[in-house]
Design a protein around this ligand. Structure first.
Ligand code: AMP
Length: 544
């Protein structure tokens, strides 16, 4: 008997491109342009243009495995690059435009990006990136003013994206892809150490695309209209654009406008049924919807779902959106995990009126998606599923990185093939993972560990608190003590004593921060998460 009884069809992006073009061709792709106007096209049009881009790249000497970078907001041309670059056999490298130009230059050079496709409105940034040493052979500019815009003398010659597509030879032959070929690369945001590259293959991307669309994952279907607020340069917008193309969900993209009123307007006019972004985006949306008259102004789709990840979704945020008639889905992932690894849905045996249990579960990071294995481990082995004992979360699966580009930090992988996430968590008897902190953010006070993230997510449940971040600050007696930086909600007041008492009712006394400082804003990472390193710098020399 032969070993294989099924067709050996590789899992490559052409399958998704063909499907979107043929069977989902008329489905709309909508985006907001830099001049705020809303533009629209279709999957058929996007894929047709993606193939043109692929032919243009191949005919200009881009070879299999070459890296082609993008420096763009979320819009249709970026989606064309998502398909066109891999269809050319090249590797899509989405540069994070929120990083410092020096860091973008480092990342572009580390990846050996040959070409960059850039939004005209980002040419000033690209000029800084090139001045910082980034070396691209070609700069292709997307946007209405593309042919004439010059971002600065550093950039040198540019080509207009439309002209590049128009000149693509019809007879250029696209390579036959293998499922193990690299499809894309992303760099970790690197709050500690240099950013490290992760390479996604066609196979890993297709499997991830398929699984995240499942009902008990992020649940995406043809009837949906999806708004990825999460940038396409942040872990490929969590893989959602590919899943939208696969399922035939209408895709709505915000362009450069990520403020709450612009998002709410798009969600209303385009009848968005599912959106995705980091908690800080949804905190802003909640507050905007709570303003007088907002709900009449923005009549959103009933039951609108919001995928929240990248940082913990506070339980209160989940409750607040239920009150507003919207359903928050909590998911966890990392650049190294493509990113979706865990998603939390309430199992059917939990009573519909058992609010306490339902919110408790929904605020957890969740169960592993199919094909992903998760362990919570200490030096003594896997922790019991008692929802108490904590350890490091380890993960493996077909879309989990097996190494970094250049083989950096091989110690992040265990001998039995798991990736060490650097996240600390516990597991409940059902197997749901609850994260308590990043290892690097844990606070050691008098020899005992305090989980800063647990404190801050709870603090964000106080009615007066909009945002909270807790850090450890050096202390002469205890080694380190927690300090909470708090942003109050508009028009609300609270004192340090009140907030300490609020925490004291829930946590051990030694966990309660010694100080609560009220700030106007909490510094953010390029992905919109709290930037604790900056906060620690700010309070480093605090005298207790
Ligand atoms: P990045 O690679 O930049 O996407 O960051 C990944 C890290 O973000 C994870 O290791 C977690 O520390 C954090 N993270 C992502 N999703 C969640 C979540 N749902 N809850 C808590 N932390 C999260």
């Amino acid at each position: 008997m032969t070993a294989s009884t099924m067709m050996d069809v590789p899992l490559t992006l052409d399958a998704l491109a063909d499907r979107a073009e043929r069977w989902m061709g008329e489905v709309e792709v909508v985006w907001r342009k830099p001049d705020r106007a809303v533009a629209r096209t279709t999957y058929a049009h996007v894929i047709g243009r993606a193939r043109r881009l692929a032919r243009a790249l191949v005919s200009s000497g881009i070879r299999r495995g070459d890296r082609v970078a993008t420096l763009m907001w979320n819009h249709a041309a970026h989606l064309e690059a998502y398909f066109g670059i891999p269809l050319a056999g090249a590797v899509l490298h989405t540069l994070n435009l929120r990083l410092h130009p020096d860091e973008i230059a480092y990342i572009a050079n580390d990846a050996h990006d040959r070409v960059v496709i850039v939004d005209d409105v980002l040419l000033p940034l690209l000029a800084k990136v090139i001045a910082a040493g980034a070396k691209f052979e070609r700069v292709i500019v997307v946007g209405d003013g593309a042919a004439t815009v010059r971002g600065g003398s550093e950039i040198g010659a540019t080509e207009a994206y439309e002209a590049v597509l128009a000149a693509a030879p019809e007879d250029a032959v696209l390579p036959v892809l293998a499922e193990t070929d690299a499809l894309g690369t992303c760099y970790t945001s690197g709050t500690t150490g240099k950013p490290k590259g992760v390479v996604y293959t066609h196979r890993s991307t297709l499997l991830h695309t398929l699984v995240i669309a499942l009902p008990d994952a992020l649940g995406l279907a043809r009837k949906d209209t999806l708004l990825p607020v999460v940038p396409m340069f942040h872990v490929n917008a969590w893989g959602l654009p590919y899943s939208a193309a696969m399922t035939g969900a209408k895709l709505v993209m915000p362009g450069p406008y990520l403020d709450a009123p612009s998002l709410l307007e798009l969600m209303t006019t385009e009848r968005v049924t599912i959106a995705a972004g980091v908690p800080t985006i949804w905190i802003g949306i909640r507050d905007a919807l709570d303003a007088p008259g907002a709900r009449e102004k923005f009549p959103l789709q009933a039951g609108l779902r919001m995928v929240v990840g990248g940082a913990a979704a506070p339980e209160q945020l989940i409750r607040d959106f239920d009150r507003l008639g919207m359903h928050l889905i909590h998911a966890w992932g990392m650049t190294e995990t493509s990113p979706v690894g865990l998603v939390s849905h309430v199992p059917p045996d939990v009573a519909v009126d058992d609010d306490a249990q339902r919110y408790f579960i929904r605020a957890k990071q969740g169960l592993p998606t199919p094909f992903v294995e998760v362990r919570v481990r200490t030096e003594h082995g896997d922790v019991p599923r008692d929802d108490k004992t904590t350890g490091e979360v380890l993960i493996r699966g077909p879309w989990i990185a097996a190494s970094y580009v250049g083989g950096h930090t091989p110690e992040r992988w265990t001998d039995d093939g798991y990736f060490r996430t650097g996240d600390v968590g516990r597991m409940c008897p059902r197997g749901y993972v609850q994260l308590v902190d990043r290892i690097a953010d844990m606070i050691k006070s008098g020899g005992e560990w305090i989980a800063s993230a647990e404190l801050e997510t709870y603090l964000m449940g106080h009615p007066a608190v909009k945002e909270a971040a807790v850090i450890g600050v050096a202390h002469p007696k205890w080694g380190e003590r927690p300090l909470a930086a708090v942003v109050l909600r508009d028009g609300q007041t609270a004192t340090q004593d009140e907030l300490r008492a609020f925490l004291g009712a829930k946590f051990a006394k030694f966990w309660v921060p010694d100080a609560v400082v009220f700030v106007d804003a909490i510094p953010r990472t390029s992905a919109g998460k709290f930037l604790k390193t900056a906060l620690r710098d700010q309070f480093r020399d605090r005298a207790w």
